[in-house]
Write a protein that binds this ligand. Structure first.
Ligand SMILES: [Zn+2]
Length: 115
């Protein structure tokens, strides 16, 4: 969800349309991109659509397999890379970004009232 002032009320990630940098977790940095100093950061906390994905069966030590990786498109024009549940590894699926210590994950959106 996005607050009336446009700030994220959920996932603290920001995307920079100028250089394509995806920043998370992001404190907003005053709305300035860490990489190119653009001041047009866009908050990403909405539903996105799986653009492409793959299921990984041979992992690195310590990482349970199978797992899925994918690119997810967000409005307005941000594309983020992260982990997916294998069951969600489907092009066109609607997902939301979830930020964990291990990195960026995409999960199915919760229904209103779940939280
Ligand atoms: Zn930038």
């Amino acid at each position: 969800m996005t607050g009336s002032d446009g700030r994220s009320t959920g996932a603290p990630a920001a995307y920079c349309p100028s250089c394509g940098h995806l920043e998370y977790p992001s404190d907003g940095g005053g709305g300035v991109c860490d990489r190119c100093d653009s001041d047009e950061l866009v908050w990403i906390d909405t539903e996105g659509t799986v653009y492409t994905c793959t299921v990984v069966h041979v992992g690195t030590p310590g990482v349970p397999t199978p797992y899925a990786l994918g690119y997810v498109d967000f409005e307005p024009g941000a594309r983020a890379f992260g982990r997916l549940a294998v069951a969600d590894a489907e092009i066109g699926r609607c997902v939301v970004p979830v930020f964990k210590p291990e990195g960026l994950f995409f999960e199915r959106p919760r229904k209103d009232g779940d939280a």
